[in-house]
Design a protein around this ligand. Sequence first.
Ligand code: ACO
Length: 371
Amino acid sequence: MSLYAHITGWGMAVPEQILTNEDLARQVDTSDEWIQSRTGIRERRIANGDETTATLAVEASLRALQVANLDPMDLDLIIVSTSSPEYIFPATACLVQDRLGAGKAGAFDLLAACTGFIYALNIGTQAIRSGAVKNALIIGAETLSRLVDWKDRNTCILFGDGAGAFVLQASPERGGVISAVMRSDGSGGDLLILPGGCSRMPATYETVASGKHYIQMNGREVFRFATRVMAQATEEAVRKAELTIKDIQLVIPHQANQRIIEAALRSLDIPMEQCMINLDRYGNTSTASIPIATCEAIQQGRLKAGDTVVFVGFGAGLTWGAAVAVWSGPQAAVRRMLPLRLRMYARLRSWIRRFLRRIDAMIWGRHNPPI
Ligand code: ACO
């Protein structure tokens, strides 16, 4: 029996704090007019001290699980796509798994920069189609504001924080994610890079002093690359789905730059009305931008059950990709999910597990328990 991965839940979370172009113009040598005309961005959301990549991911996930009417205990897989994980390890996905109380799920992080959500969507889909996984939670979450040099006008005007999540569920009915392409070209790795802090360049006074822990970008080169690959990836994914561009009702692109999106749509001959854009309010939230834009497209009634939608993105790596999905819409209600109760249950579960681990350590001390 063939299995399909249907998108049955979606959710987003963005910080409340807004940073406008005018605010930025008071910090660096730029202007609202320059930023809007070159990027289309008016404002972005910035995480406060209590908000992290995991807290935003959990908020978005709870909303997605609620739409899908799915208990976290029924999740088999959690993938967090992020370029701003809480730590190198443990994976942010494991923090999310713990805070959701998803006791039966495998969890890992995926790093493909802004293309990450497309990669995660494809990996989740393939896991479902193979029969190995029934329910998967795919999250794109970022707090890139913590990795941006707020004195560098080339980069600090672009990025914002946020998270978006999809629930994928197995079904024998044809639909859901029907094709995807993933591509990469590491020869362009230096065009968009955060060089410091890992094994190649561990943190030292010198690396911190010389700004090696901030995002560095060659904007013009990334721009040229992006305009070329967005259209290519879309065409390839559509062909793979055995459809034509005319069959597409909505394009949801990575929200990096209005001009990049317009150039891609022009070469695909798709009118702008068939494209979801919300980068003016959120800036580039990297891997979170596609699921956030999807949630807003649904809120605005622009994406309905049965519609064929293309997700397309590009990012550091270099990476790029696209996916075609037949929009499924939420599942018929199976059980009511109460996020507050769920959160309390997850916290209690986590506390009990830590407590048992401590008891275990007290009993066995420096010795290993008998096998
Ligand atoms: N305000 C005012 N002037 C600026 C600013 C600013 N914020 N930033 C750059 N400039 C200046 C430059 O110094 C330059 O001046 P010069 O001509 O005297 O040297 C001039 O404006 C033009 O600079 P360009 O870099 O050519 O400007 P461009 O039109 O290419 O726009 C931008 C720059 C917006 C960064 C654009 O190149 C872009 O969007 N590139 C893609 C970036 C992107 O999408 N990155 C995310 C990838 S996804 C991921 O993986 C995270």
